[in-house]
Design a protein around this ligand. Sequence first.
Ligand SMILES: Cc1cc2nc3c(=O)[nH]c(=O)nc-3n(C[C@H](O)[C@H](O)[C@H](O)COP(=O)(O)OP(=O)(O)OC[C@H]3O[C@@H](n4cnc5c(N)ncnc54)[C@H](O)[C@@H]3O)c2cc1C
Length: 511
Amino acid sequence: MTDEPLNRIVIVGGGTAGWLTALFCARLASMADAAPLSVTLIQASDIAPVGVGEATVPPLKSLFAFLGLQEREWMAACGATYKLGIRFVDWRAEPGEYWHPFFRFRGDLPVGLEEAHIWLAARERGDAVAGPLDRVCLPHIEACDRGLGPRASLDGPPALAHAYHLDAGLLASYLQERAVAAGVVRVIDRVDDVALDPESGDIASLTTQHHGAIGGDLFIDCSGFRGLLIDGALDEPFESARQHLLCDRAVAMQVPGGRGRGSIPSFTTATALRGGWAWQTPLYHRVGAGYVYSSDHISDDDAAHELRDHLGEGARDAEARHLRMRVGHRRRSWVRNCVAIGLSSGFIEPLESTGIFLIQRQLELLRTFFPDRGDNSGLRDAYNRRLGAAYREVLSFIAAHYQPSDRRDTAFWRDATAAPLPEDAAALLSRWAQDASALEPSDVFVDPIWSSLSWICVLEGLGVKPGRASRLYARLGSDSLAEALRRSAERSAGTLDELADHWELLTRARW
Ligand SMILES: Cc1cc2nc3c(=O)[nH]c(=O)nc-3n(C[C@H](O)[C@H](O)[C@H](O)COP(=O)(O)OP(=O)(O)OC[C@H]3O[C@@H](n4cnc5c(N)ncnc54)[C@H](O)[C@@H]3O)c2cc1C
């Protein structure tokens, strides 16, 4: 072993994870005065990528900025649209909806949190409130109702926090073009075997069908659910999350979208169905749709049928793609000189669109804990601890979308609501059950992904009330509370006045 810098990174897999990783590593290689670093990506032409990750969360912006991608250019190339949040339909016994919007932050606090606590205090007091918490305290839902995007024009900062919807196939091609232009070597071939160094147990080389053995210093497994290196060669155990989340299959379809003012929703829809839930992600040129379900509760054919019924006429002739999902994560995603990134590392169902976000977290951790050719065990442990914490948080947050629901109409919903909550989620819910202001994710999670306001939107949306409202706002009289909510409504109206039609905004960006 030597402390020399490593010079060769070899990535297996050309899906979203593989090409994001390749471009990321190319950017690291291009840092001024860096030691030489070659990046090779091996991609099998006969194994299709999953190709369904189309809804994202706001941090994607900072990843794309690091990769040097210009919003206007990549959005047009990937048929992308803006996403202001997620609309959850029929997740309770009574038909209805609730929202999880994206928030801007002032310091560490999300804009809207204070209003949410005021709303909770007003309700506790028995005062009339003008609607549900998410609608009264945040402008997003009204913006979505009116078909607005997050900004007035293409220039200047957005008035509302947002993420994106994007075409996964187009994104992989776009990233590939940029990565190859940045010096990444692309090998179209299939990896058939993995040779381990007999002394160290590290990966020494990959045996390909047509290009012989390809050696490297660091191997990145982006081979999808199969986990060719991390599982096939290194045998790292997988920790299933099936006891908390029942869904293990998906069926995906593409359906036509709208054209013209007000025609492209600026939100993802997640509708609860009989055996799971269906997504709809509106792109510029089509809508991506799918049904995530439990194979213990509904057959593949019945799921495709139910999804077609749900989507209506546009889905009558749509091709159905059936996918198996392995829900959980590797005990360690970095083992020896192999880092698994993307689906090979883990997957928690896509209800909060966290697949690409977890790839981003992995890449940022890799940058922080970047190894050399010496003893990297400390870096590996730190990486695995931090990533494990991210998986635990995603699992907790997603499980909290099911278990508290009062839906019991099918066997799936009876089982999903009886499944145990992960410990961390149970801890947060018990704080909420005592006191609204005690729900603080940073007490439970390291570097939390979601703020307390996200948890409040979901719990309130599912009808789970806090034990008590914040003592600070409970001190105020009804008039003060009503006045604060009125001022918040005024601010929301001002924000809405600043926003342009979503379709128009996207169409203008293409000129
Ligand atoms: C139903 C569903 C819905 C999802 N929705 C979202 C969402 O809305 N938002 C989100 O962020 N994420 C979502 N995801 C997750 C997202 O799709 C993935 O995180 C993302 O696509 C990354 O996949 P990947 O690149 O790890 O694997 P894959 O796309 O499976 O790519 C694997 C690659 O490895 C290659 N390969 C495999 N074996 C070999 C071999 N032997 N030799 C050479 N190459 C090989 C394949 O050719 C392929 O290129 C969803 C996932 C599923 C299953």
